[in-house]
Design a protein around this ligand. Structure first.
Ligand SMILES: [Zn+2]
Length: 231
C-alpha cells in the first residue's frame, strides 16, 4: 500500500544516488511504523526531523500532487506545488495511525484546509487499525475513495463585483459533506469584501427597514438576516 508513496519519496534523489534513496526509504518507513503504532503528532515531528524529514515531506507533496489537479473539497484548480496543503481526510490528531496512509492524503486548497481543521466528518472511529475501503459506510463524501461528480454538484461564478460558490449534495454522502463543511466554504467565498454589491444591498435594505419602521419577523427582515451573513 505504501510502495507508490515510498517510490515518490525516494525520487527526491536521482536514480544513481542509491545509498541516499535507500536511506530515505528506511527513514520514512520508520515513521510509517510509528504512525501505525498510534504515535501522536508525527506529521509535525517529521517536518522538524532534519535533514531527512523535510525531504520526506517534499516526497509526500509530490505524491499527492501527482494525483490531484483540483482541491479535494471545493474543486479549485491546483496549479503548482505551492498553492495547496496536504489534507488528512481522517484528521491525524484523531487518527494518528493513518497519518501516512496514502488513501488518507489529498490535496486541499488553503481555504478548505483552514476551514476543515481537525474535523472528522466520517463514521470511522479512532480505534480502527485498518483504513476502511471504498465500500465502507463512510457517511460522508470521501475525496479519494468516491467520485466527486457522483456526490456533489458545484457552481462557482466570479465577476468583477460578485463571487458566489455553491455546492449541492447529489447523494446522502454528498449532502452530509455540504451540510458539515462545504456550507462554510460557500459562506467564506461569498462574504464581503469579495462581494461589495451584497454589502451595498444590506446597507440599502437596513435604511429602508428603519425608515419605514418595519418589524422583526417580516419577509424583508428575514431577507436582510440572510444577507447579513455574507457581509
Ligand atoms: Zn478548496
Amino acid at each position: 500500500m505504501y510502495d507508490d508513496l515510498l517510490d515518490e519519496i525516494k525520487n527526491v534523489y536521482k536514480e544513481n544516488q542509491k545509498k541516499r534513496r535507500d536511506a530515505i526509504s528506511i527513514f520514512a518507513s520508520g515513521y510509517f511504523s510509528r504512525a501505525q503504532a498510534n504515535e501522536q503528532r508525527l506529521w509535525s515531528k517529521l517536518y522538524d526531523d532534519t535533514p531527512l524529514g523535510p525531504k520526506v515531506h517534499n516526497g509526500i507533496r509530490n505524491y499527492v500532487l501527482k494525483t490531484s489537479v483540483r482541491c479535494a473539497y471545493c474543486q479549485d484548480r491546483i496549479f503548482h506545488n505551492a498553492n495547496f496543503n496536504i489534507d488528512h481526510v481522517l484528521p491525524s490528531a484523531i487518527f494518528p495511525q493513518f497519518t501516512f496512509t496514502p488513501q488518507n492524503l489529498v490535496a486541499a486548497c488553503v481555504t478548505c484546509n483552514a476551514i476543515k481543521k481537525e474535523t472528522n466528518f466520517y463514521t470511522a472511529t479512532s480505534c480502527m487499525s485498518q483504513y476502511p475501503l471504498a465500500n465502507y459506510s463512510w457517511g460522508s463524501f470521501h475525496p479519494k475513495l468516491h467520485l466527486y461528480n457522483d456526490h456533489i454538484r458545484m457552481i462557482f461564478i466570479h465577476t468583477n463585483h460578485f463571487a458566489v460558490r455553491a455546492f449541492m449534495g447529489k447523494s446522502p454522502e454528498g449532502v452530509n459533506l455540504c451540510k458539515n463543511f462545504l456550507k462554510e466554504v460557500t459562506e467564506f467565498t461569498t462574504k464581503s469584501p469579495a462581494n461589495p454589491s451584497i454589502a451595498h444591498a444590506v446597507d440599502s435594505l437596513q435604511n429602508f427597514i428603519s425608515s419605514y419602521a418595519i418589524q422583526p419577523g417580516t419577509n424583508l427582515q428575514n431577507i436582510l438576516n440572510q444577507l447579513i451573513k455574507y457581509v
